[in-house]
Structure formats: structure tokens, C-alpha cells
Design a protein around this ligand. Structure first.
Ligand code: G6P
Ligand code: ZN
Length: 543
């Protein structure tokens, strides 16, 4: 076995987005494309000789090939040990858990999250640091800079490593430890939640349905919900992970998790429904014929946290991304703790958690999590909810309605316009910027614009500045319209429009969100000229 140094040409498009480098599989299959990016990571993270890594992915198409390449490159780049999930599988939160538990130098996660998988679909790779969280922008910028000048990479000439059984092997001078992908994570969940109470709830006839969407969480959900908590086997659907997610779009929302939505809105609806995404970090929560918005879910977890074993001592603080509704802000206020508003992307929460400033965080994009790991965590959110239900012994709908009655309701919706020509999407954003000066003070029906800006954030821990994080139009009654370009798409541009209106009056809380937001939606379309500039009458997805 010898180490080869291979001459290569840099690629100009290896800039990591909101969550790592995501491209179509054929892009990654180009000669040296993956190798270049991996070498750029290794050259940027300054790992000392003998450092260890975690490696795993969501099992999508190209996962196995990529794992073998990365192992051989890690061996050639001086790592002493790589912990790899059996068959190359680790959900994103499980990878974060393993990095933290075994104190490795960092980890590489292979996933394009909620984007479809398959030979012509998406693949992705990202680096997580020793805290278990996505690398900070400083690191991802360094990786990108390196990728633009790279002239060679190092790889070990060796046969593929057998990954289908736990155990230890060596690759050149490096140890490869194949670990069970589920057990460390399941153990962490048992330490945070009252499994006995949840077991009793399920035994008492509370029916649940979890849709793994043929993605990575199937085995995790089976082990935790069925084996450890005693839910009937059919409580987990689409449980077998597939390289193409069964042709589906593994994004847990009302549009893409349609199998589950049909069941949860059907005549025989179970009491609780949930789904997670391709790599297991997102979640959607449903009650019987009842949808919980991710923003409400975050607020609710915060308000009920002390009912749950791992959070009994209370929360240090809370963080939400800017487009996430302000529902949680009022909970933070009532708990007398701080609520931080960060740009979109889980990586912004890491510093706050490391500094002990926040315990819970969440995003409107179906992500919730806590400082137990440094990624958002789909199954964790499901267990948190089940723990709350087990203690309160009320339905999901009742718990949410009581929450609104106490704190008021933030009607919320997100409109996604996917696959737009980049020029059209940019023109909407530019037009909005140009409107900044004229909007403040202007009245639109019952809404008056208070301010508008492009959101920027100074990290309170390391002082770094992130600019251009989305256009905000803030109204005097606290309502908000936000426009943002997605940082995770791989085709054209995706424009997101976020709408939020606060309603204190409980007699109006029963309204449908689309109905309650009708006027605001029209105002947003009018101000942005979105329909004429993009030629799109309707969004692709409404959540
Ligand atoms: C990923 C990140 C999330 C982020 C989301 C935003 O899922 O992990 O933290 O909220 O992307 O995606 P977008 O497409 O809106 O940039
Ligand atoms: Zn994900």
C-alpha cells in the first residue's frame, strides 16, 4: 500500500452553501471532484498528526463510493483513526453525537439533507468541527479558498474497506472502526427523556406514526420507538432506507410527506404523527388532523421544557433563525431568558451553545434541537413531544391551543418558489433593496411599514459579521414579511417568502393560517413584484 500524490486542477464551484457542498451526483462523479474538496477540507482544518475523524452519511446514492474515497484520503493525510457508521451510515445528529462522545477532531458528513437522491439527484458533503457542529463560516471560507488553488491530493492505494459489520480494521497506518450507527445516539436519547413515561403512554393506547421517508432515520426510529419504547411495528412507516428514498423527496413537510399527511388527516388518524428528512435532522410534528408549525413547535418545547427529564433545570437561553416566527420570543420573555436571532443555518447556533448562552434552538425550516448535540435533531424533537404529551396527558391540538391562549398566536406561512431562473430571483431581491427607502411609513390596509433592512448578524461570541441574510419588511404591529434566497438548492434559484402576523385575541386563533395571512400575502406580492418578475403565479410549496 502506498500513498499517491495525484496532480489535479482546481474547480471553481466548490463553495459550501448553507450546509456544506451540495451538487448533483454527476458533478461529484467528475474525475477528482470529490477528492479535490476532501483535500481542501484536510488542508484547511489543520488537524494535528494522529487526529481522529467520524465519517458517515445518509445512505443516498454515491454514499458508499464516497466513503471509500474519503477513508483512503484520510489514511494518506495522516489521520490515526476514523469512526465510520456501519455500511457508511450515520444520521446527521448521530454523527454529531459520536464526534462529541468520542472527542474526535471532527467529522465528515455525506448528505444533501432533504434534497432527493439517486444517480441524477443530489449529493453533499460537509465538515463538522470537534464540537460536533457544522464548521463555522471562517472554516468553510478557507475550504473554498483552498479549493480554488488546489494542485494535488493524497490518497492511499488500497482495496476497499469492508464496512458492513462492526469491528476494527486498518488502512495503511490508520485504524478504521466500524461502529453501530444507532446505539450511541439511542443511549443519549434515553438519558434526556423519560422513556418509562413514554412507554406507559404508548401502552395505554396512544397511537403514533413516524414516517422515515425511506431515509436514514428508519433504523433509528425502529430501535428507539419500537424496540426501546414498545410502539407497534407499524408505527414506523417507510422504514427501509433507500439510495433514492424510494423516488420521493425526503423533506418532512405537508407537501412531501404526503403518505403521512393522508393518514394523519384520515378517518382512522393516530394521535401523533411525525416525519424526518433524508439525514434525520429535520422534523414535522402532527396531531390528529392538526399541523404544528415548526415555529410553534419550538415555542412549545421551550414553554414545556421543565417537564422533560433532560431540561428540568431550565433553559440557559433560546435561539431562532431570523425567518422563524417570534412565537418563541414571548416564551423567552416569560421565562426571563434571552432569545437570540441568528441568520438561517444551524452553524450559527454552535457558538451560542458552546458558550452556554442557549439550550434550545430552532428554525422555521423544520429544524429543532438543543445543546445535547450541535445539529438539529429530528427524532429528538419527536421524543421531546412524546415526553410532554406523556406528562400533560393531553392531545397535541389541546396543548398547542392552550399555548396560543396563553401567549397569543403567530400566524405563519412560508411560500417557496423553487427552480427559478437565477436572474429573475435576483431581480426580485434587487427590487426589494431599491424599495427600502420608500417603504417605511407607508400603509397597506391595516398594516404600516415600520422599517425594512437586509438582515445582518454579529456573532456575540466571536464577533464575526454575516451580511445579506435576507430582506425584512417589519410592520408596526409586529407582523413581518421576509424574502430570502435559499442556500441549499442545486438547480436555479429558490426564493422564499416568509409571512407572519401576530394575533393576541384568542377568539381569532381558530382561523386557518392562509386565511389569516391573506392580506399580508397580497402585500408581499405587491411590494416584491414577484409574480411579474418571475412569471410564477403560484409557489411550488406552501408550508
Ligand atoms: C439546512 C440547514 C438549516 C437551514 C436550511 C435552510 O437544512 O441545516 O439550518 O435552515 O438549510 O435552507 P435554505 O434552503 O432556506 O437556505
Ligand atoms: Zn437534513
Amino acid at each position: 500500500m502506498s500513498i499517491r500524490t495525484v496532480a489535479t486542477q482546481p474547480f471553481s464551484d466548490q463553495k459550501p452553501g448553507t450546509s456544506g457542498l451540495r451538487k448533483k451526483v454527476p458533478v461529484f462523479q467528475q474525475q477528482n471532484y470529490l477528492e479535490n474538496f476532501v483535500q481542501s477540507i484536510f488542508d484547511s482544518i489543520a488537524a494535528p498528526k494522529g487526529a481522529s475523524l467520524v465519517l458517515g452519511g445518509d445512505g443516498r446514492f454515491y454514499n458508499r463510493e464516497a466513503i471509500q474515497i474519503i477513508l483512503k484520503m484520510a489514511a494518506a493525510n495522516g489521520f490515526s483513526e476514523v469512526l465510520v457508521g456501519r455500511s457508511g451510515i450515520l444520521s446527521t445528529p448521530a454523527a454529531s453525537c459520536v464526534i462529541r462522545k468520542y472527542k474526535t477532531y471532527g467529522g465528515i458528513i455525506l448528505s444533501a439533507s432533504h434534497n432527493p437522491g439517486g444517480p441524477k439527484e443530489d449529493f453533499g458533503i460537509k465538515y463538522n468541527s470537534s464540537n460536533g457542529g457544522p464548521a463555522t463560516e471562517t472554516v468553510t471560507e478557507a475550504i473554498y479558498a483552498k479549493s480554488k488553488t488546489l494542485s494535488s491530493y493524497r490518497i492511499l492505494d488500497a482495496a476497499d474497506v469492508a464496512l458492513d459489520k462492526p469491528g476494527e480494521t486498518t488502512l495503511g497506518g490508520m485504524k478504521v472502526k466500524v461502529i453501530d450507527p444507532v446505539s450511541d445516539y439511542a443511549e443519549l436519547m434515553e438519558s434526556l427523556f423519560d422513556f418509562a413515561a413514554i412507554r406507559a403512554l404508548l401502552k395505554g393506547g396512544f397511537k403514533i406514526r413516524f414516517d422515515a421517508m425511506h431515509a436514514v432515520n428508519g433504523p433509528y426510529a425502529k430501535e428507539i420507538l419500537v424496540t426501546r419504547l414498545g410502539a407497534p411495528v407499524d408505527s414506523v412507516m417507510n422504514a427501509v432506507p433507500l439510495e433514492d428514498f424510494g423516488g420521493g423527496h425526503p423533506d418532512p413537510n405537508l407537501t412531501y410527506a404526503h403518505d403521512l399527511v393522508e393518514i394523519m388527516y384520515g378517518a382512522e388518524a393516530p394521535d401523533f404523527g411525525a416525519a424526518s428528512d433524508g439525514d434525520g435532522d429535520r422534523n414535522m410534528i402532527l396531531g390528529k388532523r392538526f399541523f404544528v408549525t415548526p415555529s410553534d413547535s419550538l415555542a412549545l418545547l421551550a414553554a414545556n421544557a421543565t417537564l422533560v427529564t433532560g431540561y428540568r433545570q431550565g433553559l440557559a437561553g433560546i435561539a431562532r433563525s431570523m425567518p422563524t416566527s417570534a412565537a418563541v420570543d414571548r416564551v423567552a420573555k416569560s421565562l426571563n431568558i434571552r432569545c437570540f436571532e441568528t441568520p438561517t443555518g444551524w452553524k450559527f447556533f454552535g457558538n451560542l451553545m458552546d458558550a452556554g448562552k442557549v439550550t434550545l434552538c430552532g428554525e422555521e425550516s423544520f429544524g429543532t434541537g438543543s445543546s445535547h448535540v450541535r445539529e438539529k435533531d429530528g427524532l429528538w424533537a419527536v421524543l421531546f413531544w412524546l415526553n410532554i404529551v406523556a406528562v400533560r396527558k393531553q392531545s397535541v391540538e389541546t396543548i398547542v391551543r392552550e399555548h396560543w391562549a396563553k401567549f397569543g398566536r403567530n400566524f405563519y406561512s412560508r411560500y417557496d418558489y423553487e427552480g427559478l431562473p437565477t436572474d429573475a430571483a435576483n431581480s426580485v431581491m434587487q427590487h426589494l433593496h431599491e424599495s427600502f427607502a420608500a417603504l417605511p411609513g407607508k400603509a397597506f390596509g391595516k398594516y404600516t411599514v415600520k422599517t425594512c433592512d437586509d438582515f445582518s448578524y454579529i456573532d456575540p461570541v466571536d464577533g464575526s459579521l454575516s451580511k445579506g441574510q435576507g430582506v425584512r419588511i417589519l410592520f408596526s404591529d409586529g407582523s413581518r414579511i421576509i424574502f430570502r434566497l435559499s442556500g441549499t438548492g442545486t438547480e436555479g434559484a429558490t426564493l422564499r417568502m416568509y409571512l407572519e402576523a401576530f394575533e393576541a385575541d384568542a377568539s381569532r386563533h381558530h382561523q386557518d393560517a392562509q386565511e389569516a395571512l391573506k392580506e399580508l400575502i397580497q402585500i408581499a406580492l405587491r411590494i416584491s413584484e414577484l409574480q411579474t418578475r418571475t412569471g410564477r403565479e403560484q409557489p411550488t410549496v406552501i408550508t
